[in-house]
Design a protein around this ligand. Structure first.
Ligand code: KIV
Ligand code: ZN
Length: 509
């Protein structure tokens, strides 16, 4: 068997895309999910890019024990110094350095000649190698580079100590046939190609990132760079869940190829990433979308009932979606709640368990049956709220909203901070606008804009929970707040207060 390594760049290429920024706590949470899911390499960030990035790469390097931890670095000494400084504490550190090799990038972005790019490759790979034995070199925009020149660059990188050679499709331009041929060509024409592992890193501008990565594997690549949910610049990167499940589902095509990934942790990890960035999977998203395993049409349902294989090529259980529909309710005790959580893959501390169980009991009074999605929402929301120090932040005490389609909405909100209570009132263009303004009147937050407001139901039925995400932007930072309630105005208020608390806490640091 030949192992394809899964290099996850959710925390670097994924996080770098608009609206997906994460704070340190969130990055650590995702890194732990990735480690449990058994990705091989976590690219934790781009250490030189900001002090915050440096700190998160460093903290992830300290926390993660079971995966290689990499930091990105341009082919420049100060980048490589920062990358090494951040990852050197890791159990298995890697420096990932890159330089562009396509004519257009060399001429207009780098303003360097091909010979200068070759020299830089040699000197910077050798420089990184003095620090670390595990060096990845990426030829940025490889798929638009001259193949002969690309081979010279790759040869130079390997001679100077690169152990992994990544050939990115930086602008999502290539096709599967081209990708396979490129990998085959470089492996064949670089004399020492067997001294390095080859890697693909594809962007999804033309919707071919997964197909191109898989073609790269057929061409000889043994590392795939990808992100959870396909997050990433523009149209995103190769989606981890799709590329892994494609290999898993088609062993006849990907003969003798394995990954060490625990596919049963895919769904939970996907959910954690969506929660952190305040988004939800599109309904028809392969593998993790709500409809991915639903059979709506009569013909399909009939077929599936007769034999699952008629329309089902992979099972929800394989990616960790539990189809056990045992529902919990008002009479369920703490043990039943805890064991359901365990089955769903959550292990909470005793304190977290008590807090979530309390929420669960409150919900039982409002909703007849509690589904797995409700339970997951409770846990994920608790984590969002606990991120801020409760004694230092505002919590919702009560609200009173008046709205109709022929008057201006008014909202009065009472917030608590420690033992103090504060009331704010405002008119607004609808109940949510009025309530957010009433909160602003109390908190007087820093200048910000509302970047995103989404509301989803956690399950079917009119008594479902409203799951609200709010994203606020202040300066170049974004803050995601989450709120959960059977009352959608209350859910919206809680989400907004959660985001405002995070924003204010960051300002005070
Ligand atoms: O897309 C790209 O080329 C990259 C490299 C830095 C690996 O992200
Ligand atoms: Zn990229």
């Amino acid at each position: 068997m030949s192992q394809v390594k899964i290099f996850d760049t959710t925390l670097r290429d994924g996080e770098q895309s608009p609206g997906c920024s994460m704070n340190l706590r969130e990055k650590l949470e995702i890194a732990r999910c990735l480690e449990k899911m058994k990705v091989d390499i976590i690219e934790a960030g781009f250490a030189i890019s900001s002090p915050g990035d440096f700190e998160s790469v460093n903290e992830i390097a300290k926390a993660v024990k079971d995966c290689t931890v990499a930091s990105l670095a341009r082919a420049a000494t100060k980048d490589i110094d920062a990358a090494w400084e951040a990852v050197k504490v890791a159990a298995d550190p890697r420096i990932h350095t890159f330089i562009a090799t396509s004519p257009v990038h060399m001429e207009y972005k780098l303003r360097m000649t091909p010979e200068q790019v070759l020299e830089k490759t040699a000197s910077m790979v050798a420089y990184a190698k003095k620090y670390c034995s595990n060096i990845e070199f990426s030829a940025e925009d490889a798929t638009r580079s001259e193949p002969e020149f690309l081979c010279r660059v790759v040869d130079t990188a390997i001679r100077n100590g690169a152990t992994v050679i990544n050939l990115p499709d930086t602008v999502g331009y290539t096709t599967p046939d081209e990708m396979r041929s490129l990998i085959e060509y470089v492996i064949k024409n670089v004399p020492d190609s067997d001294k390095a592992e080859f890697s693909v890193h594809c962007h999804n501008d033309l919707g071919m990132a997964v197909a191109n990565s898989l073609a790269g594997v057929l061409g000889g690549a043994r590392q795939i760079e990808c992100t959870v949910n396909g997050l990433g610049e523009r149209a995103g990167n190769t989606s981890l869940e799709e590329v892994v499940m494609a290999m898993h589902t088609r062993p006849d095509v990907f003969k003798d190829i394995t990954t060490r990934l625990d596919t049963t942790r895919i769904y939970r990890t996907s959910k954690a990433v969506y929660t952190v960035i305040g988004q939800n999977a599109p309904l028809n998203k392969p593998i993790v979308g709500k409809n991915a395993f639903l059979h709506e049409s009569g013909i399909h349902q009939h077929g599936v009932l007769a034999n699952k294989q008629t329309y089902e090529i992979l099972t929800p259980e394989a990616v960790g979606i539990k189809t056990n529909n045992i529902v919990l309710g008002k009479h369920s005790g703490k043990h039943a709640f805890e064991s359901r959580l365990k089955e769903l893959g959550y292990s909470l501390t005793a304190e977290e368990l008590v807090a979530c169980f309390e929420e669960f009991k409150v919900l039982c009074d409002k909703k007849k049956t509690i589904t797995d999605s409700d339970i997951e929402a409770i846990v994920l929301h608790k984590a969002a709220v606990e991120e801020v120090d409760e004694s230092e932040s505002f919590i919702l005490d009560w609200f009173d909203v008046h709205t109709s389609n022929f008057t201006t909405s008014t909202s009065t909100v009472c917030l608590k901070k420690g033992d103090e209570k504060f009331e704010g009132v405002s008119l607004g263009d609808g109940p949510i606008d009025a309530s957010f303004k009433a909160i602003d009147n109390i908190v007087n937050p820093v200048e910000h804009t509302l970047e995103l407001y989404t509301i989803n139901s956690t399950s079917e039925g009119k008594d479902t929970l409203g799951d609200v995400s709010v994203k606020l932007k202040a300066g170049d930072k974004t803050y995601v707040g989450r709120g959960l309630s059977t009352d959608i105005i209350e859910a919206s208020l809680k989400a907004y207060i959660n985001a405002v608390n995070k924003m204010q806490a960051a300002q005070e640091k």
